[in-house]
Write a protein that binds this ligand. Structure first.
Ligand SMILES: Cc1cc2nc3c(=O)[nH]c(=O)nc-3n(C[C@H](O)[C@H](O)[C@H](O)COP(=O)(O)O)c2cc1C
Length: 159
């Protein structure tokens, strides 16, 4: 746990965003997390391949975003969890998280794969998983906005 320079809490967004549709999702999630009515939270978005142990330890809550790849989370998010799992085990227990998954037609395996990791880390689910297939329309953007806002509010509430 750490406070930012102005005493705010940090929400770390770890994402794999390889295409324009997934970029739209990320932007909607970040818009929700940065909703101007939510105060006291600094939102940091970091690509999964660049997120580090210090990033995780310094955060107060997490949003994870991934594509579905071969029935699992993306290799990029898997690499992230491979990197941070043991160094962060125990330190992050109880912190809130949220998850979104985008796939062409089947996100269940990817969601299950992430769930094993967050359960192992002892994170607390702050919002329902957002599973997205098909085009990114207004309804999808709304669900993603709500996901970002809900997790950010939860992080703020821990002040
Ligand atoms: C190697 C590979 C494996 C994939 N496996 C799955 C899968 O198991 N389930 C699924 O729903 N989509 C799968 N997809 C589709 C991706 O999830 C999708 O391309 C990604 O979310 C980005 O969306 P976009 O292609 O519309 O930009 C796969 C894509 C690739 C390239």
């Amino acid at each position: 746990m750490s406070d930012g320079p102005d005493g705010t809490r940090t929400l770390l967004v770890v994402h794999h965003t390889p295409s324009p549709p997934t970029r739209e999702i990320l932007e909607a999630v970040l818009a929700g997390a940065n909703d101007p009515e939510i105060t006291g939270v600094t939102v940091r978005a970091v690509p999964a391949l660049g997120a580090t142990v210090p990033d995780v330890l310094a955060a107060d809550g997490y949003l994870f975003g991934t594509t579905a790849n071969f029935g699992y989370m993306s290799g990029a998010l898997k690499h992230f969890f491979d990197t941070v799992y043991y160094p962060c085990l125990d330190a992050v227990a109880g912190r809130p998280y949220g998850l979104w998954v985008h796939g062409n037609n089947d996100t269940a395996g990817a969601v299950a794969s992430v769930r094993k990791l967050v359960v192992g880390l002892g994170l607390t689910q702050a919002a329902g998983d957002v599973e997205i297939t098909g085009p990114i329309d207004a309804g999808v953007r709304e669900r993603c906005y709500e996901l970002g806002a809900t997790v950010a509010v939860t992080v703020a509430g821990e002040l």
